[in-house]
Design a protein around this ligand. Sequence first.
Ligand SMILES: C[S@@+](CC[C@H](N)C(=O)[O-])C[C@H]1O[C@@H](n2cnc3c(N)ncnc32)[C@H](O)[C@@H]1O
Length: 353
Amino acid sequence: MYVTNHLRGRSAVVARLSAICGAPQPSGPSASATRRMRAGAPAAGEPVPTSGSAGTQRPDSLMAASGRQAAGGVEEAAEEPRILEPGAAPFGNFPHYSRFHPPEQRLRLLPPELLRRLFPPSSSETRPILGLDVGCNSGDLSVALYKHFLSLRDGETCSDASRELHLLCCDIDPVLVERAEKECPFPDALTFITLDFMNQRTRKVLLNSFLSQFGRSVFDIGFCMSVTMWIHLNHGDHGLWEFLAHLSSLCRYLLVEPQPWKCYRAAARRLRKLGLHDFDHFRSLAIRGDMANQIVQILTQDHGMELVCCFGNTSWDRSLLLFRAKQTTETHPIPELLTEEGKERNRLRFWRQ
Ligand SMILES: C[S@@+](CC[C@H](N)C(=O)[O-])C[C@H]1O[C@@H](n2cnc3c(N)ncnc32)[C@H](O)[C@@H]1O
């Protein structure tokens, strides 16, 4: 049903996105995902993340093993022949992801004043901005986003304590999370947790526990950078749809960097080259093709969000799409400039002002 709805009206979204951007430019891992991980892991008998069960087994060793085995590399490896042959990283849990997809590529497209514009300080409101970074890997992008939005230079700490930004950063891979925690220069502002975002029960407990410290029920902004493909490959169309549903219900704004379809093919090819099982869902995915538009379609038609703007494309042809929830439990005035259709088209001029 969701697939049918989502495929219907696709052309309208293509047209809309083109107008705005100029050019459109498990249940946990199932048995075979587990086999894939085991094949990539030197140690046997390791726990597997499961979805929908309380106390999800932490995929520590599996993830760690996957990470250890990977010499480095990303899903684009096939498009980037100079990159070392990557190992099995079935969730995109590459140990040195930021070396291949550096944060700077994304940051240069994002106006540093973005959060200040979205959440202008008011005299009556000094509450911090709360962000959720899903699939944070080892935290390089999370830290870079934090510094970027607070305009901090290297070594500088936050001077404006009244407008704090707090990021909850989660990843399915505990080894990456541990590294992120160790290396984070802003431990008071960035919290790293191991979480399989597809595990409903754990997600609810951990996210609510964070939000409740601030007396809040939703995040101001969610970051979902280069994660959608891994959810899609491991959980199928329905998993992707659910993932986006959860994110949109949890965040007032959502910044998404979808992987294009060619990355799916590269990821599947890489597994085959390693002699591992294909992703369970790769061949049966009905949501395919122009993934940026597909995700726009799902979020806007099914999950009550609207596309605010597209910040352009990275050198890897990934667009950065900003969405806004039309309704959230916590309301906040939306800056007028961001909602006017005509000004959306002129977004670059607007952001450069
Ligand atoms: C390709 S990396 C992207 C890292 C970072 N967001 C960036 O853009 O630099 C994808 C990350 O998503 C994580 N991931 C995949 N599935 C996940 C899930 N179900 N829950 C939480 N994290 C997940 C992986 O472990 C991996 O670190």
